[in-house]
Design a protein around this ligand. Structure first.
Ligand code: 5GP
Length: 143
């Protein structure tokens, strides 16, 4: 494995341990999904496996397999919750590819025709807006 070692002090590991708050929309035995604090569009969700891996390069294939089924579930939920025209799924590996938090995660972002994507890791969203958007998604998930 050529990438750096996993560091369990990364921000998503702290969120998974409950040391830092997040607006959760979904949780199962292997995966958590919560709102991105610097959304690239309203309804931007991060799907995060509970198992420790830095990114897709060092993850257990079973972890990836399960996570992608959750990505599909969340993609349908955000599409319906935000009446989106499409859904963007992004996943970055290592700084050269744009990764900034080194615990495997998938971005799920509702897209609307003609509305440009905001910058990656751009502006912090208001907590009330994130909470309201999380409720909309949870409504679609029935959770
Ligand atoms: P990456 O570049 O690693 O794929 O993206 C990390 C994502 O995590 C970014 O979109 C950024 O906005 C988001 N993020 C960074 N810190 C936090 C945080 O403390 N809480 C949440 N919910 N998202 C975060």
């Amino acid at each position: 494995m050529s990438s750096a070692a996993y560091d369990d002090n990364n921000i998503f590991a702290k969120i998974l341990r409950g040391e830092i708050p997040s607006h959760r929309v979904y949780e199962d035995e292997h995966t958590v999904a919560f709102m991105d604090v610097m959304p690239q569009a309203p309804g931007h969700v991060l799907v995060v496996p509970k198992a420790a891996s830095r990114n897709i390069l060092d993850a257990n294939p079973a972890t990836i397999s399960h996570a992608i089924t959750v990505v599909q579930k969340i993609a349908n939920a955000v599409k319906d919750a935000f009446d989106a025209d499409g859904v963007l799924v992004i996943q970055f590996n290592e700084p050269a590819a744009g990764q900034t938090v080194f615990h495997l995660h998938f971005h799920v972002i509702p897209r609307h025709d003609g509305i440009p994507l905001k910058p990656h890791s751009g502006k912090m969203e208001d907590g009330d807006v994130l909470a309201a958007n999380a409720e909309k998604i949870k409504g679609e998930l029935g959770s």
